[in-house]
Write a protein that binds this ligand. Structure first.
Ligand code: ADP
Ligand code: MG
Length: 335
């Protein structure tokens, strides 16, 4: 039984060898104060965010791309593996994708958590590598490929050649930062307090990085949010426009663009020439923000492409490693 796990800051995906992606749930664990086990994990736990009474906390075990809660991470892995593969799991081997910024201590902790969840062998694969493989980039060739994976907690920018990461940046700006940028804007400009789930709904409904060509009516769209007045505390609704949300997202979007620029500057000239020629590929949920590709292309002068199914790229890349697990065991030492 070989399993691949994309342990994302926002979503965890499981890939089973020979089956494909079998599970896709939010990386959230709900725990009750003093209880030994989680109250809920995944989709069920995400529903509780912002709605929990004082004694229940919704934890994101991988906040900001680092493991902020080891016990919760372990419980999450165990729960998802059991759910995806019920019954006996003989000789389980796992390939787990981790953000490139994790420390040695965290890597060991993830391996340990996977072992306690029943894995007899564990390989860790760096997220940008998995994203690039999943997006179909020719990672093994002597040609520079640039991947930008925009997840919930982090953005990983990497140039890959000959099967290795040549240069990379891990930035603690991702989808969640876009959400809080909206929350902050609404509080500042409309004196309204909204929750993190509401902010994410706004982003997905009418968020954009630039005007969207071919969709003239896009600029006219609005989204009504419900929240609590900053002063007075009464419920209130506000109608947000596309232009307002774009302005709110400007700062984190610029931070992502700056990270791409720095990576290009640090890239050996031959490889950046390859990137100029073949373009930059975007993966992760953040790649779905309308016109982010266009804005990045304009800022860098390099063509930008969004991967097919960007939310699945890392899990699919992880899956390719799972399908070739024996090759991994021959080629790499266990972490
Ligand atoms: P991670 O790998 O860190 O778990 P994902 O790649 O699963 O992250 O991406 C999750 C992020 O993508 C979330 O912040 C979510 O809000 C964002 N996202 C999902 N769909 C869209 C969309 N259509 N537009 C903008 N952002 C999106
Ligand atoms: Mg990811």
């Amino acid at each position: 039984m070989d399993i691949g796990i994309d342990l994302g800051t926002a979503n965890t995906l499981l890939y089973v060898r020979g089956q494909g992606i079998v599970l896709n749930e939010p990386s959230v664990v709900a725990v009750k104060e003093g209880a030994r086990h989680a109250l809920a994990v995944g989709t069920e736990a995400k529903e509780t965010i912002g709605r929990t009474p004082g004694s229940i906390t919704a934890i994101r075990p991988l906040k900001d791309g680092v493991i902020s809660d080891f016990e919760a991470a372990e419980e999450m892995i165990r729960h998802f593996v059991r759910k995806a593969v019920p019954g006996r799991r003989p000789r389980t081997r796992m390939v787990i994708c981790v953000p490139s910024g994790v420390t040695q201590v965290e890597r060991r902790a993830i391996v340990h958590a996977a072992q306690r969840a029943g894995a007899r062998a564990v390989h860790l694969v760096e997220e940008p590598m998995a994203a690039a493989i999943g997006a179909g980039l020719p990672v093994a060739e002597p040609r520079g490929s640039m991947i930008v994976d925009i997840g919930g907690g982090t953005t990983e920018v990497a140039v890959i050649s000959l099967g290795g990461i040549v240069t990379s940046q891990s930035l603690r700006v991702g989808g969640h930062r876009l959400d809080t940028a909206i929350t902050d804007y609404v509080r500042r400009e409309h004196a309204l307090l909204i929750g993190e789930r509401t902010a994410e709904d706004v982003k997905v409904a009418i968020g954009s990085a630039w005007p969207v060509p071919g969709e003239e009516d896009f600029e006219e769209r609005t989204f009504t949010v419900r929240g609590r007045e900053k002063v007075g505390g009464l419920p209130k609704t506000v109608e947000l426009t596309v232009a307002e949300v774009r302005a709110a997202l400007d700062e984190p979007v610029e931070a992502i663009i700056a990270a791409v620029r720095v990576t290009l500057e640090e890239c050996p000239p031959e490889l950046s020439g390859d990137v100029m020629e073949h373009g930059i590929v975007l993966t992760g949920g953040g790649a779905l923000l309308p016109a982010l590709d266009l804005r990045l292309a304009s800022a860098t002068g390099i063509p930008v492409f969004v991967a097919d199914d960007p939310l699945d790229s890392v899990a699919l890349g992880c899956g390719k490693c799972v399908e070739d697990f024996d090759g991994l065991e021959r080629g790499m030492s266990a972490a």
